[in-house]
Design a protein around this ligand. Sequence first.
Ligand SMILES: [Zn+2]
Length: 428
Amino acid sequence: MSNLRDEAVGLLQQLLRLNTVNPPGNETIAAHALRDYLASHGVECELYARTPERANLVARLPGGDGPSLAFMSHTDTVVADAADWSRDPWSGDLADEHVWGRGALDMKNQAAAGAVAFASLAREGFRPAGDLVFIAAADEEVGKAFGLEWLCEEHPETVRVDYAVNEGGGERVELGGSTYYLCASAEKMSAPFRLRVHGRSGHASMPGIADNALVRAAPLIEALGAYRPEPEVGPEVEAFLTTVLGETPRAEQVLARLGELDPLAVELIEPLLSLTLSPTVISASEQRNVIPATCDVTVDCRLLAGKTPEDVEPIIREVLGEGDYELEFLERSGGTRSSLETPLWRAIEDWVGATEPGAKVAPVCCAGFTDSHWLRDAFGTVAYGFFPMRTMDPELAARLIHSADERVHVDDLELGVEFLRELARSFA
Ligand SMILES: [Zn+2]
């Protein structure tokens, strides 16, 4: 195994040294590095690009009629401000058993591990039961349809798979003295809306003759901030509770019961019990001496998987009460889930049980968005977020993602390669 470990470290270092901050992305340089690596192990792959500098890579190990399985990844990253880092974010340095750089956890680690697992299986002559597919997509972080969304539309045959493993889970956590690996089987829907509050403009020196829309917006914003939605237990939370508590308490008691177990369990589950409303942007008058006739408030709104803006709009209107305002949803993305009763779930359970006897898999729902959504949405793919991490503390990892000093422990990278190889084998 140690040579696969070195292989994964070398490939990850190479990927981290390529700046694929999105925007603008420039993921083609990463796709070329992966293509050259795969080609040097006899694996052919295809690049698909809506514009030349933003290529996606897909490699395929053909199988028979069995279920197809994809190792998913994205090659773009969020920005990094070198001034905040203790090492150059594009150094790919290996120091104290960690590989450093923007994307080391999100998610060039999984891209490198997926490519090494794929190439090593291919050169061993592995024959999967169904196609084994490696996808390194562009444009996950911004999502302007250069990446998986575009592939699903323009090249569906290349990415249509029955099962997929992606980012979004795999952390090893200890709760109440037992060990769990989290596996993300669903995502909340992001459905931000704009609240346009109306008033009447006027000269700011004579507020009495106007009706200030900004002032009118204030109580509405406070109402949104004070709202405490009814908790609801969906299938992922129910399965989580059954796994860690052995039963499902009533929705109102879930947080108290989890609090007795571990504060971390509360942190994990609280955002998954209801929609969340966070007012984040406000704009009113452009000029100091003009009282605004309108005030726009943008509210970040996340819905439980399976809910739609139409489901929650009446609730939001009730929270806001009467008033001269308009409410408009700006977009909707994500919000899909995969069943927990699947061969992929059982394969992950088997792997966890074999790797760490006594440990269990607990499902979670991602509060954020991943590319798993596009495959679920387009093809009904069973997609989970699972890339095992047991050496780095999950709370540290959560702080490093999208932040300074992002790095991955080499043991976790190696564990990821092992996991993906075993998964493909167990699926065959
Ligand atoms: Zn990511």
